[in-house]
Design a protein around this ligand. Structure first.
Ligand code: CA
Length: 354
């Protein structure tokens, strides 16, 4: 899950690797200097850092961790300037819908999705049955987050969470809580906290769960006694399905309905400027010039938004399930990409089955 900087990004924003090339560039430069300069030795989290001892004390008091163990882990963790750069680099600009969509919805991502579905058909069918979440939504989430596990992030989670928890004041509390969750989950799962990897913000495995989401929603879907979202796609499938069920996904209830607009007042119906939680009744939208392309009850409360499709604007009404997708990543463009990719993969799969 990609909770990069939700508070910093606009709702219509993007969680793209806008800073990726910058990170790579700076990493390369740092590596270059590292060859020649002893000044750029790794910075570890020893007791010299004022936040380390309090953290060790809290881990002992709250979770019963031996202080020496936590101290050893933190002393191995490295502060990564590339992570601080990535988290604090603002999105260069908000991409219009047609550009955002083109990044994620590609023929390759559809085809790899079909292959992933074929390979894990049993687990996906079982997830659909047990959690009431359509297979194509699970496939699409994993496809958008990590290209079906192909891009799970190369940072050590311990480095990401210590760097951000101890040296990124704007969100230090959040990331220290994630670090606590991470240490607890690795103890529970008997995993090595020094080797697990993820994104620069500590999002982990096929579904990019942050540690607190792992603790709340990840499941052992192949019943081997481990909840392994890093290497086990079956656990990842069950975990994504469980996440959606717990966020009140309604199987078969649809996600979004296109609309036509007319008249002078339809822009008054747009809800997104008031946030992802804002809703309008369908009757009210009709009165403002919105015509849904499907039958919707007048009393239904929906999101209403417009997207820049390049050559024209597109208008949509978002149903409760669209909002559920934004619980995974707080962006309506993200939710629409997941929805549309899911539909395209399902259509292709049905075509192949004929
Ligand atoms: Ca398992």
């Amino acid at each position: 899950m990609s909770l990069l900087t939700p508070s910093l990004l606009p709702i219509m924003g993007i969680k793209m690797p806008v800073s990726f090339s910058t990170v790579c560039r700076q990493g390369a430069i740092a590596a270059l200097f590292g060859l020649f300069s002893p000044v750029l030795l790794a910075v570890n989290y020893t007791l010299e850092h004022p936040a380390v001892q309090p953290f060790i004390d809290e881990m002992q008091a709250e979770h019963g961790f031996a202080p020496a163990y936590v101290q050893t882990l933190l002393a191995d963790a490295e502060r990564k300037d590339s992570i601080l750069t990535a988290i604090s680099t603002p999105a260069e600009r908000v991409r219009p819908w047609h550009e955002y969509r083109a990044i994620f919805i590609t023929q390759q991502r559809i085809e790899r999705g079909l292959a992933f579905w074929d390979e894990h058909a049993e687990a996906l069918a079982r997830a659909e049955q047990e959690y009431g979440v359509e297979a194509e939504i699970i496939v699409s989430i994993i496809g958008v987050e990590t290209f079906y596990g192909g891009n799970k992030g190369g940072h050590r989670v311990i480095d990401a969470l210590t760097t951000l928890g101890f040296d990124y004041p704007p969100r230090a509390d959040f990331f220290r809580r994630q670090l606590k969750s991470f240490l607890v989950l690795t103890r529970e799962q008997q995993m090595d906290p020094l080797t697990l990897t993820g994104s620069y913000a500590g999002a982990m495995g096929f579904p990019q769960f942050i540690p607190s989401s792992y603790q709340a929603f990840a499941v052992d879907f192949d019943s081997d006694g481990k909840v392994d979202i890093w290497n086990n796609p079956v656990d990842a499938i069950g975990s994504v399905a469980n996440y959606f069920r717990e966020h009140k996904w309604q199987a078969g209830a649809g996600v979004a309905v296109p609309a036509a607009v007319s008249g002078e007042r339809f822009t008054e119906g747009l809800t997104l400027e008031q946030g992802l939680e804002a809703r309008r009744a369908v009757a009210e939208l009709r009165a403002l010039g919105w015509q849904p392309a499907a039958q919707l009850e007048d009393t239904l409360e929906v999101m209403a938004y417009e997207f820049d499709a390049g050559d024209q604007m597109q208008y949509w009404l978002g149903l409760d399930n669209l909002y559920v997708i934004t619980r995974y990543n707080r962006s309506v463009m993200y939710a629409m990409v997941v929805h549309q990719l899911a539909d395209l993969i399902r259509e292709e799969r049905e075509k192949h089955a004929q």
